[in-house]
Design a protein around this ligand. Structure first.
Ligand code: UD1
Length: 426
């Protein structure tokens, strides 16, 4: 397994270009299953989850064309889907495989998708996806670890669905299922994440009739057929946020380009309140400079437009360098403080009580060997390593490779002393 070796203490300076959003690219690829025609996607991040998704589509007999792998441009064509199935081998490495459930039900009226199971950050059930599909007429059972779903009439029927809890991929699955259902679906308490809106934009280009995007009520009038199109996915707001923290935490001077500042509202506001000078240069560029004084601030994760849970670990790394106390409350996932104990091993003062972490800063962090436990926790540990004294070795970086394109090269490009230590070939 690869590791990252970081020698901390370098102020990052220069420009970092942000890649496409992993969480937009995944549903966009799944949406290509909704039509027999060609769907061309651009700005796909070159990360492992997207390679997994392309394997999944190929398994279902979709034709996935790229000029090289990993790719940022994909052409997907699914004239016939012979295996409406997401096998365990692929689902276990990427929970977002469940995003194929909605499109398969819509297109072929049947799907067999491995149950994702728990992961490091919590139980993460998909009960709300299934309940909503049942309301649309699907018959769903589980056997041998698989979700087995079928639409008895061959097609789903529009329904009024109220999510008990806001779910991002649940909203995306139902959007895709409803696009080809009979009649109208009204989805209430829907997720408002920019990645959901990006999917709506793509589906509309494919001929779907959807309104209400950006609000918590989505209306989808099912159509007979969808057609091919071309789409560029939005920039990754979590990658952009991570580099903003990298600039701030190292007391550097970073320009973050190819991003969408309009999607970064909560993160930019919190960092500015903490004393980080931030300038929105234009619609695609943000500039972060060194803070004269970094002040600890409380933060609670929320659904969009609140502060993203996917930025919590990175914010915690920043809080270890801020003066005073920051109480960080995790409201989205039940077990998302695994990075905190690793940061404590580096010298951070953090105490955890249930869903709340109290960080007392600033702390002089010192490098050691730490373990990444999930994708965003790994990003938090990289940030801690960038300010720590001496060497930090991060193990299990396959987590970070799932979602950050070329993070080592991008950090090196702005002056970080970081290298990938390849696992010996056995
Ligand atoms: C998506 C993102 C992930 C992000 C998360 C929250 C993708 C591919 N992943 O994950 O990066 O951290 O949103 O912003 O877009 N829940 C249920 N039942 C369900 C579905 C969800 O109880 O059927 C719960 C979850 O356990 C969690 C909360 O709802 O506590 C939110 O989860 P959800 O929005 O569904 O996360 P994902 O879509 O899996």
């Amino acid at each position: 397994m690869d590791k990252f070796l970081i020698k901390g203490g370098k102020a990052l300076r220069g420009t970092v270009a942000i890649s496409g959003a992993k969480n937009s690219a995944l549903p966009a690829m799944a949406a290509a299953l909704l039509t027999a025609e060609k769907v061309t996607l651009h700005n796909i991040p070159k990360v492992r989850d997207l390679i997994t998704m392309s394997k999944l589509l190929a398994f279902m007999d979709a034709k996935v064309s790229v000029t090289e792998m990993p790719a940022s441009d994909y052409v997907i064509e699914a004239p016939k889907l012979n295996h409406a199935e997401a096998p365990y081998e692929l689902v276990k490495t990427m929970r977002a495989s469940v995003l194929t459930l909605g499109p398969l039900m819509a297109r072929v009226g049947t799907a067999r998708v491995s149950l994702p199971g728990g992961c490091a950050i919590g139980a993460r059930p998909v009960d709300l996806h299934l309940k909503a599909l049942e309301q649309m007429g699907a018959e769903i059972g589980t056997s041998h670890g698989y979700i087995e779903a079928r639409a008895p009439k061959g097609r789903l029927t529009g329904a009024r669905i109220v999510f008990e809890k806001i779910t991002v991929t649940g909203t995306e699955n139902i959007l895709m299922a409803a696009a080809l259902a009979d009649g109208e679906t009204v989805l209430e308490n829907a997720a408002r994440e920019p990645e959901v809106t990006d999917l709506v934009v793509l589906l509309r280009k494919m001929g779907a009739e959807i309104s209400g995007d950006g609000t918590s009520t989505l209306r989808i009038r099912g159509v007979e057929k969808l057609h091919g199109t071309e789409h560029t996915v939005i920039p990754d707001r979590i990658e952009a946020g991570t580099f903003l923290v990298a600039g701030a935490i190292t007391r550097g001077d970073l320009t973050i380009s190819n991003c969408a500042p309009e999607h970064l509202g909560a993160v930019l506001a919190k960092m500015e309140q903490a004393g980080v000078p931030i300038e929105i240069v234009n619609k695609t560029t943000v500039h972060v400079r060194s803070a004269k004084k970094l002040t600890g601030l409380d933060m609670t994760t929320e659904e969009y437009p609140g502060f993203a849970t996917d930025m919590q670990a990175q914010y915690m790394a920043l809080a270890t360098q801020a003066e005073g106390t920051s109480v960080i409350v995790e409201r989205i996932f039940e077990n998302r403080f695994l990075h905190a104990s690793e940061m404590m091993r580096m010298g951070a003062h953090i105490s955890i009580e249930g869903h709340s972490a109290t960080v007392r800063g600033p702390s002089a962090l010192s490098g050691t060997v730490v373990q990444a436990s999930d994708l965003r926790a790994s990003a938090g540990l990289v940030l801690a390593g960038l300010v720590a004294n001496g060497e930090t070795m991060i193990e299990r970086v396959y987590h970070i490779d799932r979602g950050y394109e070329g993070i080592v090269e991008k950090l090196q490009g702005v002056g970080a002393d970081i290298e990938r230590v390849h696992a010996p070939v056995s």
